[in-house]
Design a protein around this ligand. Sequence first.
Ligand code: ZN
Length: 186
Amino acid sequence: MTRDSFDGEELPVEVQRNREADPSGFLVDSQEDGGDARWMAKALQLAQRAMDEDEVPVGALIVHRGRMIAAAWNQREQLQDPTAHAELIAITQAAASIGTWRLEHCTLYVTLEPCPMCAGAIVQARIPRVVYGARDPKAGAVDSLYQLLSDPRLNHRAQVCPGVLAEPCGQILTWFFEEKRRQGKK
Ligand code: ZN
C-alpha cells in the first residue's frame, strides 16, 4: 500500500471531534464471509487517512448490529489533543449515533492493539467485542503490557479477537516511522 492507495471514498467523519458520524451509505452486512477482515480492511483505510494527514496511522470503526456507526482515525496532531486516539473518537461517535453511552451489540475494530487509555474507555463503554490488527508491544493494554479487557477485577470484560490483518496494520506503522526517520535525517 502506498500513500496514494487511499481510494478517496467519502468517510462519515467530520474533522472535529465529538461530531456525530453520518453512517448513510455505510450499510455493510457483517455476516458475509470474512466479516472481520472486511471491517478491518476499512479500518486500515482510515489508518491510511491518518497517514495522509501526517498522523500516526491508526484507524478504528464501530459496527452495531451489522451497521457501521463510527469511523475515525488518530487526530492527535491535528487537534493537539492527547486523547484524540482513533478508538476514543469512534466511541464518542458511536454513543452519539445510538444515543447511549452503553455500547451494547457493538464491535470495535482497530488497526493497533489499544493503549491503556483506550482499553479503559472500552471498559467504560461496555463494548462486548474488540477486534484488533497489530500488537503493540510498547503500549498495548489488551494483551501485551496489560490485559485490561480480561481483568476480573474490573466490572466489564470484552471478547477479543487479535491479529486480524495484523501484517498490513503493522506495516503501515512501520512505513510511517521509517519515513519520519528519513525526514529527520535530511
Ligand atoms: Zn489509545
